[in-house]
Structures are given as C-alpha cells and as structure tokens.
Design a binder for this molecule. Structure first.
Ligand code: NAD
Length: 514
C-alpha cells in the first residue's frame, strides 16, 4: 500500500519528458549544457520524492520559526521577510551579508509562494556549513612582526566539494567573505559543475608589499588554510589580489605541507584559472552579449562605461573591444579617465602597461593620450553610455546613481565586481526596464573553468572562451525558463538566483536537510 503511494507520488513528480528537458512538476531541468557539464546532480532531480511539490498546504501550516512562539507565513513574500528578519537579528553587524541575503531572498519569494517547503530549506542558507577565521603571522622586510586576519567560509557542499576564490585586499572582512561565499552557492549551482561553494581571503594588501613579503605572507596563510582544504574537500582559486604569483607561492606551501600531490584541474591545488586571468571577465561580457541577443540586439558599437582598472575591469574592456563594443572609461580610487571616441586595443595596451606597475594611478594615462579626459565629467556615471560594467568595488551604484543612469537612457548594467549595486539600485533597474546582469550569473566563468577540468586538455584561451560562451548560453536558457515559470518573465537576475537555489535546495532535501 505504502509502496503504491510512493510510486504514485514519483509518477506525479516527473510530469513529462520533452526533448532534452525533463519537466519536474513544473520546473524544467535543461540538459542542453555542454556534455562535460552535468547540469544537475542526480539527487537534485528528485526534489519531489520528499514531497517538495506535493505537500504545499501541509508546509504552509508548519511554523517557519519557533523561537518566540510558532510563526507561520501566509504568502511567499511573508516567508522571505521572516527569513530576512532572522538574518538581520543574527548578523546585523555583517552588512554585506545582510544585503546580499536580502536581495536573494526577496527574489525567491515567488518560489516560496508556489512551493512553501522551499522556505524551510532556505533556513539552511542562513548559516554557512563552517567558517574559519585565523591569525596569519609573518615577518616583513624590516624584520617586524606582522599579523593579518585570514578567512575561509565554506558555505555549502550540497553539490560537491567546496570551490571558490581567495581575495587578498585591505578591506576584506568576515561579512564580506561570507556574502561572497553565499552568492557563490548560487553561481556554482548554475554552472552545473557539481561544486559546492566557499570563499576565503585575508585583510592583506599585496599592492604595497615586496615580492619577499608576499611570499612569506602566502606561506603563512597557507600553513593554516591547508588544514581545511584538499582535492575532494575544498578547492580555492584566484581572486582579487590573488593571481599567478600568489597562487604559485600558496601552492608551493600547500605541496610542502601535504603528502598528496594536488590533482590537475582542481582549482588552486593545481593553479586553477591563473593561466587565463581574463576568463572571469570573458564570462561577464558573454553574459551581456547573450542577454542583448535575447532582445534581438548585440554588443556591436555599444558605448560602455567601465569602473575600476584592476584585473576584472581591464579584461572586461579587452573582451568588449574584441566583441566590437566601445569601452569609454576606466577608474581607480584616485579618479577616472574618459576617452570620448573609445578605448581601442592600442590604448588599452598602454593603460595595461601603466597599471601593471605597482601603485600606478589611472590618471597617468592622460600623459599618453591627447584625447583622454581626466575626471571630466566629475562623476564617472555621468558619462553618456549604452551599457555599464561596474568592476571596481561593492555598492558603487546606489539608488541615486541608478536613477541617473535610467534618465540618461542606459540599456543595461552588467556586474563585473561582487555586489556593485545596492538593493535599491536593483529595484530601480527593474522598475525602469534596465537589463541587469547580477554577479550571481555574470561571475560564473572561473567556476566553469574549474568544473570543466580543462587542464587535462591544456586548452588555449580561444578554446576556453568557446566553452565559457557555451556554458553561459546554457545558464542563460535555464535562468530565462525559471524566470518565466515563476512569473518574473525577462528578469534574468531573478531567474538565475531561482535556478541556482532550486538546484541546491532539491539536493539539500535529498540529504535530509543537512
Ligand atoms: N580578480 C578575480 O579573479 C575576480 C573574480 C571574481 C570576482 N572578482 C570581483 O571583481 C572585483 C574587482 O576585482 P579585481 O580583481 O579587478 O580587483 P582589484 O583590486 O585589482 O581592482 C579593483 C579596482 O577598482 C578600483 N577601485 C576600488 N574602489 C574604487 C572606488 N571606490 N572608486 C573607483 N575605483 C575603485 C581600484 O583602484 C582598482 O583599480 C571585486 O569585486 C572582486 O570580488 C574578481
């Protein structure tokens, strides 16, 4: 009797099989990804086995929280608000984390509305699986003792070993690392590469350190980090302030401390994406191109405002030039340069050369150009443009700037940095019909690289770029279908978050909500 009931429920879960997409009681799991990308873990395809989609009413009657008496929700929005309030109660000091959590949960309200059980699964997302915070002690060149704070936030291993970058920057703190690791859960899930999510780093600024100091710091950092990582456990990768040089020192120390030789194609433990520092930026631009293509448009001739002039900004500019767009600006903390006729390949080469020198400011470029303007107009976001690629820092576009961009007729904002837009700015984009490529979707390329384990075939950047484009295409289609399914048609930011969430949530349910 019970078996028959189970069989009936299983049958109702997979409602139809159509072409190469399985439709599970309303949600389509596209299998059109590149063959090397498994689009979802086998477990995640059975979300309905545990009654996810068949016991809506029952779940709506259960209390979401029981801390101060039973608290139930009536609508998806109410469930999202309750979860957001809980994160504010617990982690109000971690502003970045609260911000990114709030945006994701508000986006997920239609999912909770239709399938209330997912609100209960979302409670798991309130807390990373584990957080490591540690002391990194090292000696500077003058022989002084130096001490920094190191982090690794292992957010979710539901889909596979933890994977995610390391960031060495003076502003790195616990809340920032946690917010990046949280976003990475969705990003990695979207790639279908069966990887969990983690992010780490330290409040260490490599920019003003000598080569020897960077080496000593990396060795000290890895001495502690090596206790928590490994090929089947956690695979750190590149990030801000962590490029080929840092990866080399970190890996050298890891190898010295581990009896296992790292496996190829396993992120930092082999060197990860470092041969192609342009890969992540290439993913950002491919996402923009795909979204425009979906609107019957292209990047060709689009005038693009870029902020930042670090690894991400420079490679975004490089890729835009390659794809026929016209980058107009680059910036750093000292100001911005604006080339009214665009930054072409030759000009970009000059800027890259200037910026490759330690501590060089972007303003130096005006000496090399007769057409460039420096800090004119005063606000970089006043430069008339079709598209904006914020690649500098978090919260650089707030509500006021978003309104200004909309008034100037900007068509789209595609995020190259982590959380560059405030939640208010994101809702203005939505209201004013500006295309918004959120970092959850745009920053998928380096995990795509690690997931594909391309090291085994030693690809050229050209091959890798093709694979990234293919994977971006697949993520786009899934995000688009998911947005449509949950009645937010065309909202690719929401579609990407929902699609990533559903994949992880279904697996968490299969694992018994752990
Ligand atoms: N580098 C990577 O591999 C990688 C991967 C994924 C995401 N990201 C994200 O991309 C962003 C940029 O990364 P990056 O590696 O280029 O960092 P970076 O530190 O090399 O560059 C950041 C640039 O932004 C500028 N900047 C910082 N604050 C600014 C401000 N208030 N106004 C104007 N300019 C400002 C800096 O001067 C610098 O030129 C970060 O949010 C990072 O998390 C980087």
């Amino acid at each position: 009797m019970m078996l028959r009931a189970l069989a009936k429920r299983l049958n109702s879960t997979v409602t139809r099989a159509e072409g190469n997409s399985l439709v599970h009681a309303g949600r389509s799991l596209s299998t059109a990804a590149p063959s090397s990308l498994s689009k979802s873990s086998p477990l995640s395809q059975h979300g309905g086995v545990h009654g996810t989609r068949t016991t809506q009413k029952t779940w709506r009657n259960k209390p979401l929280f029981r801390r101060e008496g039973d608290v139930r929700f009536r609508t998806g929005t109410e469930a999202a608000e309750m979860l957001i309030n809980e994160v504010k109660r617990r982690d109000s000091h971690e502003k970045d984390f609260v911000q990114v959590f709030e945006n994701a949960l508000q986006t997920l309200a239609p999912v909770f509305e239709r399938i209330p059980k997912y609100a209960f699964v979302a409670k798991e997302f309130l807390e990373p699986e584990r957080i490591f915070q540690f002391r990194v002690s090292w000696l500077d060149d003058s022989g002084s003792y130096r001490m920094n704070r190191g982090f690794r936030v292992q957010y979710s291993s539901a889909l596979g070993p933890f994977e995610g970058g390391l960031h060495f920057h003076k502003d790195v703190n616990a809340g920032m690392v946690k917010s990046m690791a949280f976003a990475r859960v969705f990003t990695n899930a979207l790639t279908g590469c069966e990887m969990g999510a983690a992010v780490g780093g330290a409040d260490f600024n490599p920019m003003n350190k000598s080569e020897a100091e960077i080496q000593r710091f990396c060795q000290a950092y890895m001495t502690e980090l090596s206790k928590y990582i490994g090929p089947d456990q956690d695979l750190p990768g590149v990030g801000t302030g962590v490029g080929a040089r840092e990866i080399g020192y970190l890996y050298g120390q890891y190898k010295r401390m581990s009896i296992h030789h790292a496996q190829k194609g396993k992120g930092l433990l082999w060197g990860g994406v470092y041969p192609f520092p342009q890969a992540t930026a290439s993913g950002v631009v491919h996402w923009a191109a795909r979204v425009l293509e979906g609107k019957g448009d292209s990047l060709e001739g689009k005038r693009c405002l870029i902020t930042g002039s670090g690894k991400m900004a420079l490679h975004v500019a490089e890729k835009l030039v390659e794809m026929g767009a016209v980058p107009l600006t680059l910036s750093d903390t000292s100001g911005h340069v604006y080339e009214p006729d665009g930054i072409d390949a030759a000009k970009l080469k000059t800027i890259m050369k200037i910026k490759s020198e330690r501590g060089a400011r972007i303003g130096r470029y005006i000496i090399a150009s007769t057409t460039a303007k420096y800090n004119e107009p005063e606000n970089v976001f006043s430069v008339p443009a079709d598209l904006v690629f914020p690649c500098a820092t978090h919260n650089e576009i707030d509500g006021v700037t978003a309104t200004m961009l909309a008034d100037m007729g900007v068509q789209g904002v595609f995020e190259g940095s982590h959380m560059p837009c405030t939640n208010q700015a994101i809702s203005i984009f939505k209201k004013r019909g500006i295309l918004h490529g959120g970092h959850v979707a745009t920053l998928a390329a380096d995990s795509i690289f690690n997931g594909l384990e391309l090291s085994k075939s030693s690809p050229s950047m050209h091959d890798l770029d093709g694979r990234i484009k293919e994977a971006v295409d697949s993520i786009y289609l899934e995000a688009k279908a998911t947005a449509k399914e949950f009645n937010v048609r065309g909202d690719m930011h929401a579609g990407a978050i929902m699609a990533g969430f559903l994949r992880v949530a279904d697996t968490i349910i299969c694992h018994g909500a752990v």
